[in-house]
Design a protein around this ligand. Structure first.
Ligand code: PLP
Length: 394
């Protein structure tokens, strides 16, 4: 018997990465040496002192039991201390911190918490596709905020209609940005707080790449800006900062009423993370931070190696200011998909077509700096060998 799933499942957006993974797997199976820069999976291991903390904690029988529902107090305190140390932001560990099973789950759940069917949510376009999933599950509508080279890949709030601003209940923003690599200024966040306060919009700032800013520029937390807690929350994850993507540790911080709603929905989905994972997460946040500095320099070296070669060959690409993604405009005559297909077919370099991140992603491909520098340099050389990018062609 085949059972008919609920209508909600039919509303979910296509998981376009699944299609990309299939194409890459077929090429590898055919015996090609594929350099896969299409996905966003950090390639480096978790720093050893964090793994050690997990091992030690795993030996403690007390931690084998169910965790308290909203996570151990020691982890919420570690989060508060991390925000104080890194951003000078004060948080109440009881009321302003929610522990998450990775930021992804929280970013989907928040739409379920705050959107009713027919409500409007504003999303960046291009943007991280999981924002759309929660909106679809809630049966709400999406208003797109275009991120273009002209506006520095920041939403231009003056382009939103009065009706959109009046209807919008919630707004997602994300800096350092996936997929464009843009970083936001404090001034942009100030403007965001102003718009949100004026129109009663809940701001959800996705700070997944909060640690990854280049050229000596440390990304700003949304909560650093006065009034931010009044209108919003910030999502953070250990996946990128500490190479812990497989561990599934994230948290949301900020507005008390929003944290309460996230905690409430999570009480119904989960208990909380394995206690030993929580102990290791606290060690990540409070322990030595040299690993983070090293990580950022590694990505910066990779960025320079990759982008440098492309620019030398005449492809006018901008280096990302943060995140580990490069956002590259495709040459004339190609679409995102046709150019991504060409790179995979002809030179066995996999990249993500920009249209997978929204209609304004058309005309770009996203490259993840998630393999060794030498492989990235080789990927750039292979692309250059196609001969598409002499200064006169581009
Ligand atoms: N937000 C953005 C923009 C991301 O790129 C990712 C992961 O790729 C996440 C959130 C989710 O992070 P997590 O591993 O904590 O679920």
């Amino acid at each position: 018997m085949r059972f008919q799933p609920a209508d909600m499942l039919g509303r979910l957006p296509e998981q376009f990465f699944a299609r990309l993974v299939g194409k890459v797997a077929a090429k590898i199976q055919a015996g090609h040496d594929v350099i896969n820069l299409g996905q966003g999976n950090p390639d480096l291991p978790t720093p050893p002192h964090i793994v050690e903390a997990l091992k030690k904690a795993a030996d403690k029988p007390k931690l084998h039991r169910y965790s308290p529902f909203r996570g151990y107090r020691f982890l919420r305190e570690a989060v508060a201390e991390f925000y104080r140390r890194e951003y000078g932001v004060t948080l109440d560990p009881e009321r302003e911190v929610a522990v998450l099973f990775g930021a992804k789950a929280g970013l989907v759940e928040i739409s379920q918490c705050f959107l009713n069917p027919g409500d409007l949510a504003l999303v960046p376009d291009p943007g991280y596709p999981d924002y759309w999933s929660g909106i679809a599950i809630a049966g709400a509508e999406m208003g797109r905020m275009p991120l273009t080279a002209e506006n520095g890949f920041l939403p231009d709030y003056s382009m939103l209609s009065a009706r959109q601003l009046e209807r919008a209940k919630l707004m997602f923003i994300n800096y350092p940005n996936n997929p464009t690599g843009a970083v936001a200024s404090r001034e942009f966040f100030r403007e965001t707080v102003e718009v949100a306060a004026k129109h009663g919009i809940l701001v959800v700032h996705d700070f997944a790449y909060g640690a990854i800013g280049f050229d000596g520029r440390k990304p700003v937390s949304f909560l650093e800006v006065p009034g931010a807690k009044e209108v919003g929350v910030e999502f953070y994850t250990l996946s990128k900062t500490y190479n812990m993507a497989g561990w599934r540790v994230g948290f949301a911080v900020g507005n008390e009423s929003v944290i309460e709603a996230i905690n409430l929905i999570q009480d119904h989905y989960y208990v909380s993370l394995f206690g030993a994972v929580q102990a290791a997460a606290a060690e990540a946040l409070l322990g030595p931070q040299d690993c983070v500095k090293e990580l950022v320099s590694t990505y910066e070296r990779r960025r320079n190696a990759f982008i440098g070669k492309l620019r030398e060959a005449g492809w006018e690409v901008q280096p990302p200011a943060g995140s580990f993604f490069c956002w590259l405009p495709v040459p004339k005559g190609y679409t995102s998909e046709s150019f991504a297909d060409l790179l995979l077919e002809r030179v066995h370099v996999a990249v993500a077509p920009g249209n997978g991140f929204g209609e304004h992603g058309e005309g770009y491909v996203r490259v993840g700096l998630l393999t060794e520098e030498s492989r990235l340099a080789e990927a750039a050389e292979r692309i250059v060998r196609l001969g598409l990018f002499s200064p006169s062609v581009n």
